[in-house]
Design a protein around this ligand. Structure first.
Ligand SMILES: N[C@@H](CCC(=O)N[C@@H](CS)C(=O)NCC(=O)O)C(=O)O
Length: 208
């Protein structure tokens, strides 16, 4: 069976949620933290990152946005194929969330890669939080420009990644309370049975 590799706390939760929403025949293999750097997993994804999707024939697809595109095309049914506008807006949102916002988290997760001294690392981190603050404000504004329930007006995989981002904010000095639409979105996602199922499969809990 096709296998999705995940790890607790990571962005791979978004793909796990998408699998649950589609009820796709994809097995979830939740790595323990650290196993992503072991030879066995590096043979699957030499980048040492999750998510990765391994097909029965041994082929591997990496990069969250690409995995979401495959899930939609393969298991999204006719509705997914017909709603072209939602499809390209979803691709736009996922590209923004992965290449801009997730990437901007780099110095937060691994400050040592960006500066040597502790004071320089702290400076880089503070700049990172300012950038992230701008991103969260943009997400908040975009969400409030729809009816507020879903990021693109209708449920899409962008909501799955948005949920990951609204969880990560708690690790930063930024406060979810400053983004009321994002806070409500996070709470709504946690009332979704499929989201709870995905969290459980990844050894994670709702944040409330
Ligand atoms: N560009 C990749 C980024 C994936 C990524 O950074 N995954 C993180 C978890 S959120 C990871 O595996 N980190 C482990 C590491 O880099 O050591 C994507 O969008 O899939």
């Amino acid at each position: 069976m096709t296998t999705l590799y995940t790890m607790p706390g990571t962005c791979s939760l978004a793909c796990n949620i998408a699998v649950a929403w589609l009820d796709a025949p994809v097995e979830i293999h939740n790595l323990a933290y650290g196993d992503h750097q072991k030879d066995e997993y590096l043979a699957i994804n030499p980048k040492g990152q999750v998510p990765a999707l391994k097909f029965d024939d041994g082929n591997v697809l990496t990069e969250l946005a690409a995995i979401m595109a495959w899930l939609g095309a393969e298991h999204g049914g006719e509705g997914y194929a017909r709603d072209k506008k939602l499809g390209y807006r979803e691709a736009e949102a996922l590209a923004y969330m992965t290449s801009e916002i997730h990437a901007a988290y780099g110095p937060h997760f691994a400050a040592k890669r960006f500066a040597e001294s502790e004071s320089a690392q702290e400076e880089v981190k503070q700049a990172t939080y300012r950038t992230l603050g701008d991103h969260y404000q943009r997400l908040e504004d975009n969400l409030s420009s729809t009816d507020g329930e879903f990021y693109l007006g209708k449920r899409s995989f962008a909501d799955a990644f948005l949920y990951v981002l609204t969880r990560w904010i708690d690790q930063t000095p930024l406060a979810i309370d400053d983004y009321p639409n994002l806070k409500a979105h996070r709470a709504r996602m946690e009332r979704d049975d499929d989201v709870r199922k995905a969290l459980k499969r990844q050894d994670m809990e709702a944040v409330g």
